[in-house]
Design a protein around this ligand. Structure first.
Ligand SMILES: [Zn+2]
Ligand SMILES: [Zn+2]
Length: 374
């Protein structure tokens, strides 16, 4: 990827520019650089750049991400360069100016790929860890089955547009101080289709498409996490004029677990032991992803010690192996003692060396280092 100009610089606005300001500047620049009116060799490149900048800066979420991460995007995946490709600049232009604004519109540009769609799917912690099959109900526009996408009531057909004689374009002579010139624009009567519908299809109202709900099954591999995207190729919007369909991106959102914390593919869990168990060592049960398991607490275990249970974490996504379970030991110091217990602690206390704990070579600082990979 070539070095990209800063989006704010592309539009020539301050970083604090309001949404309205950005739109206003975009409208000016997009008109100025539209390749149909600007025949400078770099007009199309500039036009694309302007649309890309506008696409990001006009969307509050994308703008925030861009402000934080720049062109690299979060995780360095490339802003939009990973799964969500940038939209067609002419499409953005049409959205802002309206279809058939007067410049070239998509209808004259042959096949067009369908738009990508996004579906947000919630998963439980376990579903994400072990993978699952999910059925989702996704909506998209599809060609109307009643009229086969023609827009005309079955039994009737579209008629050639009388305004443009079926060419989809109208020529206008414009006069200016430099003389007159001919401009070719999209026919406003048929929006460039070359045909008009006399009797619109009753099912789709002449819109050629209907909004349909489809059930799709999604295979969630083990080891996914919040933000993971599953691409369902060809399940996005249907393409136009023979163009291929877009993709459907299922974006995952994983619920937290009451016991386990996830850090990458490692699982963190806190384990409480009493002073005697920590001092003398003990066999205790800990929760794991596969149910309770027994581990050994070594004698002299300090508060905050991290015990690693290898290969008890989350399976690596689309790879062999899995992470570890990290058990952080919390030594509970008793707060309520019976008279007898108190007497025992007092007896014990007389015999304890207060320095002893610091001579343990596995210190709390080591544990933190291990835990946070410092
Ligand atoms: Zn129809
Ligand atoms: Zn026409």
């Amino acid at each position: 990827m070539a070095i990209k100009r800063d989006y704010y610089e592309v539009l020539g606005v301050e970083r604090s520019a309001s949404k309205e300001e950005i739109k206003k500047v975009y409208r000016q620049l997009a008109r100025q650089y539209h390749p149909d009116v600007n025949h400078a060799p770099d007009a199309e490149t500039r036009f694309k750049e302007i649309n890309e900048a506008y696409e990001v800066l006009s969307d509050p979420d994308k703008r925030t991400t861009y402000d934080r991460f720049g062109h690299a995007g979060p995780g360095g995946l490339g802003f939009g360069g990973f799964d969500f490709g940038f939209r067609d600049p002419f499409e953005i232009f049409e959205e802002v100016f309206g279809r058939g604004f007067g410049f070239r519109t998509s209808t004259q540009r042959g096949p067009r790929r369908g738009a990508d769609l996004r579906y947000d799917l919630h998963l439980t912690f376990e579903e994400a860890v072990f993978g699952c099959e999910k059925e989702i109900e996704a909506m998209r526009y599809e060609p109307c089955p009643a009229c086969n996408g023609s827009g005309a009531e079955p039994g009737t057909s579209a008629v050639r547009c009388s305004k443009c004689n079926g060419s989809g374009q109208v020529r206008q002579v414009q006069r200016s101080i430099l003389g007159s010139f001919v401009s070719v624009t999209t026919c406003p009567a048929c929006h460039g289709e070359g045909e008009t519908i006399a009797l619109p299809c009753s099912r789709c109202g002449g819109q050629r498409q209907v909004y349909v709900s489809r059930k799709l099954s999604v295979s969630i591999p083990a080891g996914v996490d919040s933000g993971t995207q599953i691409r369902l190729a060809g399940e996005g919007e249907v393409g136009e004029r023979g163009g291929p369909p877009g993709n459907l991106y299922v974006v995952l959102n994983v619920e937290p677990h009451p016991t386990f914390q996830r850090r990458g593919d490692d699982i963190l869990v806190a384990l409480q032991v009493n002073v005697a168990q920590a001092t003398l060592g003990a066999q205790v049960k800990v929760p794991t992803l596969e149910g309770e398991e027994e581990i050994s607490i070594p004698a002299g275990t300090q508060n905050g010690t991290v015990l690693r249970m290898r290969k008890k974490g989350v399976p690596h996504l689309r790879q062999d192996g899995r992470g570890d379970e990290l058990v952080m030991v919390r030594v509970a110091v008793p707060t309520k003692l019976s008279r007898d217990q108190k007497a025992l602690f007092q007896e014990l206390g007389k015999t304890l060396d207060p320095e002893a704990v610091w001579q343990d070579k596995h210190s709390f600082v080591d544990d933190l280092r291990e835990l946070f990979g410092l």
